[in-house]
Design a protein around this ligand. Structure first.
Ligand SMILES: Cc1cc2nc3c(=O)[nH]c(=O)nc-3n(C[C@H](O)[C@H](O)[C@H](O)COP(=O)(O)OP(=O)(O)OC[C@H]3O[C@@H](n4cnc5c(N)ncnc54)[C@H](O)[C@@H]3O)c2cc1C
Length: 264
């Protein structure tokens, strides 16, 4: 695993990888804002100095809004795109609520990064399994789209787990990507449909593991709520994936991090 701890004690965030682009802090302009669901907003940022913000697919950055303490958000765009894209879920207080409810186009946001080591493994030519929960779609989007844009020829599977159908977003984008890339498969999974649905139901990690008899030789990438990431890793390990081939970032909040530090 690109994490140092076993699945039951996931790290709060990966350390910067040795070959990561240098960390810098840049002032960005909010170039576009769009609600993706009732509580997830897509925020696009353009560096004010006009220089590309170098990062590897799967990394994250610490975003500072309006003088608030910075918070980690995964980068959803590809490294070759000029603007940085983030998917931010409103948690009811703090930076996320500011970003979803109050942030305006044209405002300045500071971006410090890139951070994290759960990145697309460039040398890998085998199959890819990406598993996202909620706004964990952000880094999976960057990883999957970067791999396909670079001509990855082996199968690429994206499983996107949400609670209800209303939490699903960018489904049309990924269905369209699947039409354009024969080796790409997109599977949305709803855990709490609340009624009849045409979509796959259940927990995303379980659904992903159920579709493969054997995952040896795969690279798996996971992001989202800690409980989802932790449980999905268990299911993938049961299918024989090498722990070194798992690259995951669990979206711990600052409160989670304090509780984990106190428990040590
Ligand atoms: C590597 C990484 C990547 C991430 N990527 C994303 C991403 O792409 N998208 C995304 O939406 N999030 C992501 N996160 C989560 C994000 O960093 C923030 O933790 C999240 O947005 C909440 O921050 P906040 O400032 O809004 O809330 P905070 O003020 O930090 O509060 C977080 C939650 O804890 C509650 N809380 C606050 N203080 C207390 C307290 N004293 N006691 C009990 N509860 C409390 C709040 O009500 C809220 O629900 C990521 C996290 C990590 C570690």
């Amino acid at each position: 695993m690109s994490q140092s701890a076993p699945p039951t004690t996931l790290p709060a965030a990966s350390d910067p990888r040795a070959d990561s682009p240098a960390v810098r802090e840049v002032a960005c302009r909010v170039s576009d804002l769009r609600m993706a669901t009732a509580d997830v907003r897509i925020v696009r940022l353009a560096p004010r100095d006009g220089r590309p913000f170098a990062f590897a697919a799967g990394q994250y950055a610490c975003l500072g809004f309006d003088g608030l303490p910075c918070r980690d958000y995964s980068i959803a765009s590809r490294p070759d795109e000029p603007d940085l894209e983030f998917h931010i879920r409103d948690m009811g207080s703090g930076a996320s609520t500011y970003a979803v409810r109050r942030l305006q186009a044209g405002e300045t946001v500071t971006v410090r990064g890139p951070l994290g080591s759960a990145t697309l493994q460039e040398g890998h030519r085998g199959p890819i399994l990406a598993v996202a929960g909620g706004s964990g779609l952000a880094p999976m989007k960057s990883i999957v789209e970067t791999a396909l844009a670079r001509g990855h020829a082996a199968p690429v599977h994206l499983y996107f787990g949400v609670r209800t159908e209303g939490d699903l977003y960018m489904a049309d984008r990924f269905r369209d990507l699947a039409r354009r890339h024969a080796n790409f498969r997109f599977v949305p999974v709803v855990s709490d449909p609340g009624g009849p649905t045409d979509l796959r139901t259940g927990y995303v990690g379980e659904a992903a593991a159920a579709d493969f008899a054997e995952l040896a030789g795969f690279k798996a990438y996971l992001a989202g709520p800690p409980v989802m990431v932790e449980s999905a890793i268990g299911h993938l390990l049961a299918r024989g994936i090498d722990p070194m081939d798992i690259h995951a970032d669990a979206f711990y909040t600052e409160t989670d991090k304090l509780k984990r530090a106190a428990a040590r």
